[in-house]
Design a protein around this ligand. Structure first.
Ligand SMILES: [Zn+2]
Length: 425
C-alpha cells in the first residue's frame, strides 16, 4: 500500500466552496452506499457501491453528480484532488452523550481496579457524578465538536440525561441546538438514572419525566425520547409509560436496551415501534428474531464494552444473519466510552464482533442515518443528498479498520463546506 504524502489541493479559497460548485476528483475508491434510502440488511450490508477513480460534483451544499472522473459533466468548478484516497459518506454517530462538563478519569481507574459499573452507579458515582458536575456548570456545550469532523463524522445524535431536572435537561438540549457546524440530533434522556433526591420516591421521578415531556415537546427541544432500561435503572413498565407520552407528543423513540442483562428492552423497542434499540450486549435469541422482523435499528456500541474491559460483545453476526438492520456508534460519554472516533469503532466491530469492513461501513453511514431518521438526506453519496463526506489518506476502505486507532481522515465536508482539513505536510 502506498501512502500519499502530498496534500490534497483545492484551487480556490474555502469561502467559495459552499456558495458555488466543487468537484472532488480521482478518488481511488468513492464509496457511495448508493441504493434505497432505507436500512440495509443481510448481504446488502456488503454492497458499498464503490466507484474507482470516482468523482463528485457538489453545488450549494448538495451532491449534484456522482460517477467516474472521466465522465465528469462540468469540469469548470474548483477541484479537490482525492488521488490515492478513499472518499466515504460522513459517518453518522447515532448514539452519543456529547454534552458533559468533565471527564471521569477517577472512575476509569476504579474500573481498572475491578469495581463493577453497577456498584459505581449504586454508590453515587457513574452517571450521577456527571449529573452533579453538569448541574453546577452554567454554560454547557457539545464537547470536542471539531474533533468529530477531524475523524470523518459529520452528524451526531446527542442525549440529555446529565441534568435529571427540567432546568438542566433543557440547558443540555439547548447546547445541542447551539452547535452551529456539526449536525446534532437531540434526544431527551430524562430517565437516564434515578437522581439522589428521588431515591425514596421512584415513581414520583418517572411522573416528573412524563410531565416534563410537555415542555420539551412544546419548545421543540428534542426529536427523540430515550430511556435507560436495565435492571437497577428503569423497568420496561416505567419506560412504556414514558414512551406512551412521548409518542403522543410526536417524539420518536430510542432505548438503551439489554446492555448488561437481558431485561426486555429490545422486545419493548419492537412493541413501541422505536427507531432504534441501542447496546444489545445481552440480547436473547428470541429478541434477535423479534428485532430482525421489525423496523427497529439495532445499534451496537462496541467501544463501550471495550473500554469497560468486557469480553462479551453484542451478537452482530447473529443479528445480521437474522436480517436485523445493524448500525454502529461510539456511545461517546465521559464514563464508559470516551472515544469519538468512528474509525476505531469500525476496528472493534471487525475484530470483536466479526463484522466485515464493508458491513461496518454500511452500519456507520446509511444504517446509522436510519437510526436518526435522516436516511433520505444523509448516509450515502448520491445525487440530491446533502454533501457530507470524509476523505481518507488510504487507497482501500478496508485499511480504515485495519490501521486500528490511527486517524487517516484528511478532509471532511459538511453540507459541501470544508469543515476540516489536515494541514499540509
Ligand atoms: Zn448511551
Amino acid at each position: 500500500m502506498k501512502l500519499d504524502k502530498s496534500p490534497s489541493q483545492i484551487r480556490n479559497p474555502k469561502s467559495q466552496i459552499g456558495l458555488g460548485a466543487l468537484n472532488i476528483i480521482h478518488a481511488a475508491q468513492l464509496v457511495t452506499l448508493r441504493g434505497p434510502a432505507r436500512a440495509r440488511r443481510g448481504s446488502e450490508l456488503s454492497d458499498l457501491g464503490i466507484i474507482r477513480d470516482g468523482a463528485v460534483t457538489i453545488r450549494n451544499g448538495i451532491i449534484e453528480w456522482v460517477g467516474p472522473t472521466d465522465e465528469l459533466p462540468d469540469k469548470r468548478a474548483p477541484e479537490f484532488d482525492a488521488s490515492g484516497k478513499v472518499v466515504l459518506p460522513g459517518f453518522v454517530d447515532s448514539h452519543t452523550h456529547a454534552v458533559f462538563t468533565r471527564t471521569r478519569t477517577d472512575e476509569f481507574e476504579w474500573r481498572i481496579e475491578g469495581t463493577p459499573y453497577m456498584e459505581i452507579l449504586a454508590r453515587g458515582g457513574g452517571i450521577l457524578s456527571s449529573v452533579k458536575a453538569t448541574r453546577e456548570t452554567p454554560t454547557l456545550h457539545v464537547q470536542l465538536a471539531p474533533r468529530f469532523f477531524e475523524h470523518g463524522t459529520t452528524t451526531i445524535e446527542a442525549k440529555s440525561g446529565y441534568g435529571l431536572n427540567l432546568e438542566t435537561e433543557i440547558r443540555m438540549l439547548e447546547a445541542m441546538r447551539a452547535e452551529q457546524t456539526l449536525e446534532v440530533v437531540p434526544t431527551y434522556l430524562g430517565a437516564h438514572a434515578l437522581p439522589l433526591e428521588f431515591v425514596q420516591y421512584r415513581s414520583g421521578f418517572v411522573d416528573r419525566v412524563i410531565d416534563d415531556l410537555d415542555t420539551i415537546a412544546e419548545r421543540k427541544l428534542a426529536e427523540f425520547c430515550d430511556v435507560f432500561v436495565e435492571p437497577g435503572v428503569f423497568t420496561t413498565d416505567e419506560a412504556r409509560r414514558i414512551f406512551s407520552k412521548a409518542r403522543s407528543l410526536g417524539l420518536h423513540i430510542k432505548i438503551h436496551a439489554d446492555e448488561f442483562q437481558s431485561s426486555g428492552g429490545a422486545a419493548l423497542a419492537v412493541e413501541v415501534g422505536a427507531t432504534s434499540a441501542d447496546h444489545l450486549g445481552a440480547i436473547t435469541d428470541a429478541d434477535i428474531e423479534r428485532i430482525a422482523e421489525s423496523n427497529v435499528v439495532a445499534t451496537l456500541l462496541p467501544a463501550t464494552l471495550f473500554m469497560m474491559g468486557e469480553q462479551r460483545y453484542a451478537p452482530a453476526r447473529k443479528l445480521i444473519g437474522s436480517g436485523a438492520a445493524v448500525a454502529l456508534a461510539t456511545d461517546f460519554n465521559p464514563g464508559t466510552s470516551p472515544t469519538l472516533n468512528m474509525q476505531f469503532v469500525l476496528s472493534l466491530a471487525c475484530t470483536q464482533m466479526k463484522m466485515t469492513p464493508a458491513e461496518a461501513i454500511t452500519a456507520s453511514t446509511i444504517n446509522a442515518a436510519c437510526a436518526v431518521r435522516r436516511e433520505h438526506r444523509i448516509g450515502s453519496i448520491e445525487q440530491g443528498k446533502q454533501a457530507d463526506l470524509g476523505v481518507y489518506e488510504l487507497p482501500d476502505y478496508r485499511e480504515i479498520p485495519y490501521f486500528a486507532a490511527v486517524n487517516f481522515c484528511v478532509a471532511t465536508f459538511k453540507r459541501g463546506e470544508l469543515a476540516w482539513r489536515k494541514d499540509s505536510h
